[in-house]
Design a protein. Structure first.
Length: 172
């Protein structure tokens, strides 16, 4: 069993910021202030979690953050990832673009219309990516190249029985 974790003693300025945070309209700030003040009173993480209705891991995260960053830990940070791993490098993106200019039937698919999911499957099968990527990754890769993805029309053929004879006359 781990030894109980307590927050370091807050300075007078930090105590004032914690007291002000108890009146905050932001739920994240309020919760963090409650956690830090309870720990400063000597309450253990499990007891704090029980009284606030959160997990004891949440309490430990808050205490570590306050120890490391002080009052800056009372404000919620960005949830954006620090690094973004690009699935398609520059060459891979060009190869994806070239792949989409070919028919899906050339790759053994029973359709002649590309979908983002089908493009992701084919890109993985052709070795453009190391793992199977999502259709959103394919869309974002094309967007970086200035290509806007538009879905194929659902009415490629007509239910009209005379469609085939009329088509050459209409399209020239």
């Amino acid at each position: 069993m781990q030894a109980p974790r307590f927050v370091r003693p807050p300075t007078e300025e930090e105590r004032q910021a914690l007291a002000a945070g108890l009146r905050s309209a932001d739920a994240f700030t309020l919760r963090r202030c409650q956690i830090v003040l309870a720990s400063a009173r000597g309450e253990q993480a499990q007891a704090i979690a029980g009284s606030l209705g959160c997990s004891d891991q949440t309490v430990r995260h808050a205490l570590r953050a306050f120890d490391a960053r002080g009052v800056a830990a009372l404000r919620e940070g960005s949830s954006r990832p620090h690094t973004v791993h690009v699935a398609f490098d520059t060459d891979g993106a060009e190869r994806l673009r070239a792949l989409l200019h070919r028919s899906p039937r050339e790759f053994g698919h029973p359709t002649s219309v590309w979908t983002l999911e089908l493009a992701a499957d084919t890109a993985f099968a052709e070795g453009l990516t190391a793992t199977r990527v999502s259709d959103e990754t394919v869309r974002a890769t094309l967007a970086r190249q200035g290509i806007r993805w538009r879905r194929a029309k659902g009415w490629i053929t007509s239910p009209d029985p005379a469609y085939a004879p009329k088509k050459p006359a209409a399209t020239g």
